[in-house]
Design a protein around this ligand. Structure first.
Ligand code: FES
Length: 108
């Protein structure tokens, strides 16, 4: 469940998310992808920097997400490109785990 706390932060209940799972989230005009990396959570923009395809549905192995469109890879911890054809970073968003909720801070 996603709850709007204010215009700059959302909270997501992550009790049902297992390590290696991702979840697409739309909030406040943002299209995000929440990633569970071995119990640590990271959020990237749900749009590949290669051809702007959604990253949702891509395989997450550790901190490396494979784009489902052309197989490019990025590190969800910082959005950095890890394998062609992804060459530019993907935006990331600060997160904080509070009990079973992930708080995601959004830029305006
Ligand atoms: S759209 Fe992601 S690798 Fe091409």
């Amino acid at each position: 469940m996603t709850t709007a706390a204010n215009t700059h932060m959302i909270r997501v209940d992550v009790r049902s998310m297992e390590p290696g799972q991702t979840r697409a989230i739309q909030a406040g005009g943002h299209d995000l992808l929440l990633c569970n990396v071995d119990g640590e959570f990271f959020v990237v923009e749900n749009r590949c920097s290669h051809a702007t395809s959604p990253l949702a549905g891509g395989r997450l192995e550790g901190c490396i997400l494979e784009c489902p469109m052309h197989g490019g890879k990025l590190d969800v911890r910082d959005g950095s490109p890890q394998h062609a054809p992804v060459r530019k970073p993907v935006p990331t968003y600060p997160v904080r785990l509070v009990n079973d909720l992930v708080e995601i801070t959004l830029d305006s």
